[in-house]
Design a binder for this molecule. Structure first.
Ligand code: GTQ
Length: 345
């Protein structure tokens, strides 16, 4: 491989001429943007234990009223990108949001896609596109691009959820903006009651739904039951995993990020394939040891971590007699659409 010329090798007057004309020589920076074999990743394996984050989030509840916050969120920022960038990976944003009893996070809609993974508390709900979605631990609720959403809380304890957005990507493409709105009218009917069984879709007046996002709430009880049934039916199968899909298309539930639930059998160690997308793991039930290249995290329930792409990740259930359950988000749909997805085995 040739040693490429450096910027310092060029005469200063030539460099000054280039700069004045908004020109840059490629060769001194070529390897920075096209490194050999493996991309440069800013994303660092990072863990956010819930026990350390929770008191600070509750303190935000005392320090900042909703009127001053609109959304009361502590962002889980990856130090590799710089904390001010507020991103977990190239395409993934993570935030822990707190809503106190009686509070209201007003309606808005925006171009980035969001999902909520409910972490703690009962009695809150989010209204998405007129559909009232109750929030319980482990539920996944979609707020896809362009749909109105607002959050309310009729319970008596704080409610916390994990927001997962494709905000860094949408911001990077200079397409990120929001519109404020008025309180939504709730319309009857809920997607998860219409799409109750896999393999069957509702067909009112002989027509399938034309909604781009027909299912907005994926109850944890259903995801967990699917995993337990899968594990029981296929004891030979190492990976016990389901993908959250759009029930009309069978494709990913959203366009940019992929969402999955995963079960580790008692005592199991699962090595994930080395793939191009970065990923996020959130422990729903039990505990797991997560190894990302040379780093190791121990996840207790409600802990969250991320891993860069092109990296070995393995998961070990810390219990010898109970299954462990994790939620996973990754950049697979984006990589497939861009044609850059890779599985290196
Ligand atoms: O709840 O609508 O974490 O708009 C970041 C932006 C949550 C939300 C976030 C948002 C929201």
């Amino acid at each position: 491989m040739n040693e490429l010329g450096r910027l310092e090798d060029l005469p200063q007057d030539y460099r000054d001429d280039l700069t004045r004309l908004n020109l840059v020589p490629l060769w001194p920076s070529l390897r920075a943007v096209l490194p050999h074999q493996v991309p440069t990743r800013r994303t660092q394996a990072t863990c956010w234990p819930y026990a350390t984050l929770r008191p600070l989030l509750l303190r935000a509840g005392e320090l900042t009223p909703m009127a001053k916050a609109e959304r009361r969120v502590l962002v889980l920022a990856n130090p590799g990108h710089g904390l001010a960038k507020m991103q977990a990976s190239a395409a993934i944003y993570l935030g822990m949001q707190l809503l106190l009893p009686g509070e209201w996070a007003p309606a808005h809609r925006h171009t980035p896609n969001a999902v909520r993974m409910i972490v703690e508390g009962e009695g809150a709900y989010t209204t998405v596109d007129g559909e009232r979605c109750p929030m319980s631990r482990g539920d996944l609720i979609l707020t896809p691009t362009g749909l109105w959403h607002e959050h309310g809380h009729d319970g008596d304890q704080p409610v916390v959820w994990l927001d997962v957005l494709d905000l860094p990507l949408v911001y990077y493409t200079e397409t990120s903006y929001a519109v404020e709105g008025r309180r939504q009218q709730v319309v009857p009917g809920r997607g998860e009651q219409a799409y109750t069984r896999g393999g069957m879709v509702p067909t009112p007046v002989f027509e399938r739904s034309r909604k781009a996002y027909p299912l907005l709430r994926y109850p944890w009880a259903d995801a967990r039951a699917a995993l337990v049934a899968l594990a029981a039916g296929r004891p030979d199968q190492e990976s016990v995993q389901v993908t959250y899909v759009n029930p009309e298309t069978g494709g990913h539930a959203q366009n940019i990020l992929g969402f999955y639930a995963l079960m580790l059998r008692p005592g199991q160690t699962l090595r994930l394939p080395v793939r191009s997308p970065a990923m996020v793991l959130h422990q729903i039930e039990g505990g797991a040891e997560v190894t990302v290249a040379a780093q190791r995290f121990t996840l207790a329930a409600a802990d969250t971590c991320c891993a860069p792409g092109y990296t070995e990740v393995s998961l070990r259930n810390l219990s010898a007699d109970q299954p462990a359950f994790l939620f996973m988000a990754d950049e697979s749909p984006l990589h497939h659409k861009l044609g850059v997805f890779e599985n290196r085995g």
